[in-house]
Design a protein. Structure first.
Length: 296
């Protein structure tokens, strides 16, 4: 089987169209279409159903694309190992983590890492949804939940402690709650139903200090930690946030310091196949050192 045609087939299957695949391969749409037709002719099977809305893999196409993905994955690994054979760690390093942790904690610290390792081409993908590391959507992840896939290596980096915060402007307008039950009369900002929470109990502000059958209602619901952080900063209301956010910015007031929310562990995660990678090792060691400095 012609690998060049298989490579183009893989690109088309991932892109879902000849046009988008051609853009990624720097080929014309017609050239991509001809290569796919030639591959189908050589195999004597139809690999795609052609529709006005795009392409859909046939049953035979689904079977072939699994093999093509596996080959592409192994070739990418071979390329990475060749790059890693240099004296200095080099090559692409795609990092994914949550929007809040990546924006507030990680990004400001990367300057030192990139200066120490100028041959590493780092990129950050911020998302509160987990990218699939086994499909190489990213090389490494900093996650607030332990991985469930067996082929992923994990290391616990730190524990996030949740505290209660408000902006000075909010406290000036609405007063300082002195007891947990005082939260009944304040504007609470919590996670919405569509939020991806590392633990289900992160909306504990609705329940702490509640007496009898009283039920608190949130003033605002947000689907991400970073969104809650920015809403609290703006003076909208009171929110429960991980301690690092205020340690990094210092512009919020901790209220009811006796209250503590659930602890959330942070993990460094990467595929087993990348264990020998120098890029992964130096970035892991950098993270560990920076977290030790942060916690000192």
């Amino acid at each position: 089987m012609d690998w060049d045609k298989l490579r183009i087939f893989h690109a088309v299957a991932e892109a879902g169209s000849f046009t988008h695949a051609g853009e990624s391969l720097n080929l014309s749409q017609s050239a991509v279409s001809r290569q796919i037709s030639a591959l189908e002719e050589s195999l004597d099977v139809l690999l795609f159903h052609r529709h006005a809305r795009g392409l859909m893999l046939t049953e035979q196409g689904e079977a072939l694309v699994r093999t093509a993905r596996d080959i592409a994955k192994k070739l990418n690994m071979a390329e990475a190992r060749i790059i890693e054979s240099r004296e200095r760690p080099a090559g692409p390093l795609r990092i994914t983590t949550t929007i809040a942790f990546g924006s507030v904690w990680l990004a400001p610290r990367l300057k030192e890492f990139l200066e120490d390792y100028p041959d590493i081409e780092a990129s950050i993908v911020l998302s509160d949804n987990e990218l699939d590391l086994s499909m190489r959507e990213a090389d490494v992840a900093i996650r607030l939940t332990p991985p469930t896939q067996a082929d992923l290596v994990q290391r616990r980096l730190m524990t996030l402690r949740y505290h209660v915060f408000a902006a000075p402007s909010y406290l000036q307008a609405h007063g300082m709650p002195m007891t947990p039950s005082d939260l009944d009369h304040h504007r609470l900002i919590i996670f919405g139903d569509d939020a991806r929470m590392p633990v289900p109990s992160l909306n504990w502000l609705l329940d702490v200090g509640v007496q009898d059958d009283h039920k608190r209602k949130p003033f605002l619901q947000v689907n991400s930690t970073y969104g809650i952080f920015r809403a609290v900063q703006s003076g909208i209301g009171i929110g429960a946030l991980p301690h690092y956010l205020n340690q990094e910015t210092g512009n919020l007031v901790e209220i009811l310091p006796e209250l503590r929310g659930p602890d959330v562990d942070v993990f460094f995660v990467y595929p087993e196949e990348l264990r020998p990678s120098n890029r992964i090792a130096v970035f892991r060691d950098f993270l560990i050192r920076k977290i030790e400095e942060f916690n000192a």
